[in-house]
Design a protein around this ligand. Structure first.
Ligand SMILES: Nc1ccn([C@@H]2O[C@H](COP(=O)(O)OP(=O)(O)OP(=O)(O)O)[C@@H](O)[C@H]2O)c(=O)n1
Ligand SMILES: C[C@](O)(CO)[C@H](O)COP(=O)(O)O
Length: 231
């Protein structure tokens, strides 16, 4: 991205999870994909975006794996993660100076396949509009709600998978996340806190291969995608 009018951007990478659903010996962000950890892939994607000037990693307080990565050098800031993803993100936001970094990008460590072009599209669209937004991919399947039997078919019209990064004005996100957590809202992404606070959230279509590594089968899928995607 060469547009000098783009403000300096800080990035937050929530990477303090234990990856229960992955059922792996190590937390999924430290599993290897083509020789590098999932976390290293995800951070590399953020580093490839020239407007990203500062990166904050939220890591588990007892994380014994990070020091073995290639990420230990100076330009990576580390902060203690929290009990849930929303706490980890808020912990990191507290260290970001909103005057120096008026906008912040939040990207899951578990999403190593995000494309640089998609990140730049999100940033461009949000800065043009002056409003925060998220990468998202339209739902393609017929959607059902139910436990053992179908209770209802949910219209897939205007239905999206929320992805990351999610990109918001720093001060606005800090306040919304803090207040939503205080109010006991179940915040599973930054957008839900912003929506709760009454802000509009733009949907920016991104590639559906920007998967979140969550269950065991996702690692092989990610490895396959990694061979296909160049950017
Ligand atoms: N307390 C937490 C929980 C999650 N995350 C991060 O948030 C991202 C998305 O969360 P998820 O996929 O749910 O990761 P885990 O919580 O590790 O997975 P699980 O729910 O299977 O334990 C991951 O990069 C994870 O490391 C975090 O920073 N702090
Ligand atoms: C932020 C996110 O990746 C958007 O889809 C998702 O909400 C993370 O959920 P998780 O349960 O913390 O994996």
């Amino acid at each position: 991205m060469t547009d000098t009018s783009v403000p300096a951007i800080a990035a937050v990478v929530p990477a303090a999870g234990i990856g229960k659903r992955m059922q792996s010996a190590v937390p999924k962000q430290y599993l290897k994909l083509h020789g590098k950890t999932v976390l290293e892939h995800s951070v590399a994607k953020l580093r490839a975006v020239s407007a990203v000037n500062q990166i904050w990693l939220a890591l588990a307080a007892d994380d014994p794996y990070f020091d073995a990565t290639e990420l230990t050098h100076s330009d990576i800031n580390r902060v203690k993660g929290g009990a849930e993803r929303m706490h980890s993100v808020l912990n990191a936001l507290q260290f970001i100076d909103e005057h120096q970094f008026p906008w912040v990008l939040v990207h899951d460590a578990a999403r190593p396949l995000v494309r640089k072009a998609d990140i730049e599209l999100l940033i461009t669209r949000c800065l043009q509009q002056g409003e925060g937004g998220i990468l998202a991919s339209p739902v393609r399947d017929t959607m059902k709600r139910g436990a053992c039997y179908v209770a209802e078919t949910v219209s897939r019209e205007h239905l999206w998978h929320a992805l990351t990064p999610q990109f918001f004005p720093t001060a606005m996100l800090k306040a919304a996340l803090h207040d939503a957590i205080q109010a006991g809202v179940n915040v599973t992404d930054e957008a839900s806190a912003m929506e709760w606070a009454g802000h509009r959230v733009m949907l920016v279509e991104g590639h559906s291969d920007n998967i979140k590594i969550t269950q065991p089968a996702d690692l092989a899928l990610a490895a396959f995608y990694l061979e296909q995607v160049t950017e």
